[in-house]
Ligand binder design. Sequence first.
Ligand SMILES: Cc1cc2nc3c(=O)[nH]c(=O)nc-3n(C[C@H](O)[C@H](O)[C@H](O)COP(=O)(O)O)c2cc1C
Length: 356
Amino acid sequence: MYAVIRPLLFLFSAEQAHHIGLFLARFVAPLSRIIRWLVMPDCSRLQQELLGGQWAHPIGLAAGLDKDGSAAAGFAGFGFAAIEIGTITAHAQPGNPKPRLFRLKNDRAIINRFGFNNPGCQSASKTLARYHLPCPLGGNLGKSKITPNDDALSDYCQSVAALGPHVDYLVINVSSPNTPGLRDLQQLDALRPLIMGVQQAINELKRPVPLALKVAPDLADEDLQAIAELVVETKLDALIATNTTIARAGLSASSQTIESMGPGGLSGAPLQQRSRDVTALLARQLNGRVPLISVGGIDSAEEVYRRIRLGASAVQIYSAIIYQGPWLAVRMARELDRSLQRDGFSHVQQAIGVDL
Ligand SMILES: Cc1cc2nc3c(=O)[nH]c(=O)nc-3n(C[C@H](O)[C@H](O)[C@H](O)COP(=O)(O)O)c2cc1C
């Protein structure tokens, strides 16, 4: 079916197609529980508890597709194990001028410099208060562009207070390349007080929720290892790796085409190798002490299985959905179940890290 829809969608600009996709997801939302029940593989082998919630299988929706949470119920219908909305910031902001989203079709890649366009945490909290999803819901939090890094903590804490009551887990996002200075918050001196301050804000919620951190693939390996240690030290509930990359390696598109698109984060197939390497590096460092969620260039059930065998407890996908359609997670889950069965694993958790 998506083979028919995709060429039509690709007639539109990338951002127009993005909005059409969101419209369709909102359209199916009223039927999402029934559709989910129909399509969801019932595989006890794949089910696990993660970030305090029950994941029906290990494939979740990555942040950025549903920035404001308005289509989350629809995406639940497409059978994702968990849905992460956002990035949400304390203040509403329009994001960068258009065009700011580009397809690199032959590379099965995307470049974006949205810059956290979102309605702000108060508005997003009203959206989320309207429904209760049939799967775990994550809220990915970032810093508003107008907020200087020195005040980042209070920005994140406002979002914690607004979104915390409506989500199952929260994510500190300090890894998007499109907000000036945001990635500087990944430096340990800035990151430690940020994590601890957000944890304090979460503890003030009526129902404290688990907290994860999402990191960039462009950090040096030693810095990633140091962050993994900090994640253990601060007792975070998961580490999510990786966000998009500012690198432009491994693209078949001409340098002129790539330059014409300008700056932004690259995602999809060209990110696969680095993201896989980062998964292995972090899994070795974490050594099972904190769950790892792998994201970046995952486009097949085989790659999902590989990431799990390299130490990921679960994965998230985004770009591959644009190229292969919204049912991808369900297809991946079915195939993953067959691979696990073939290799003699009675539960997915037995396969985590076997190739490390
Ligand atoms: C258009 C677009 C927008 C994104 N927006 C966000 C965002 O707001 N917050 C975030 O944490 N990650 C965002 N991401 C990054 C994805 O969540 C994911 O980490 C990255 O795309 C790598 O996965 P993929 O190769 O499967 O797309 C965005 C990605 C894309 C393609």
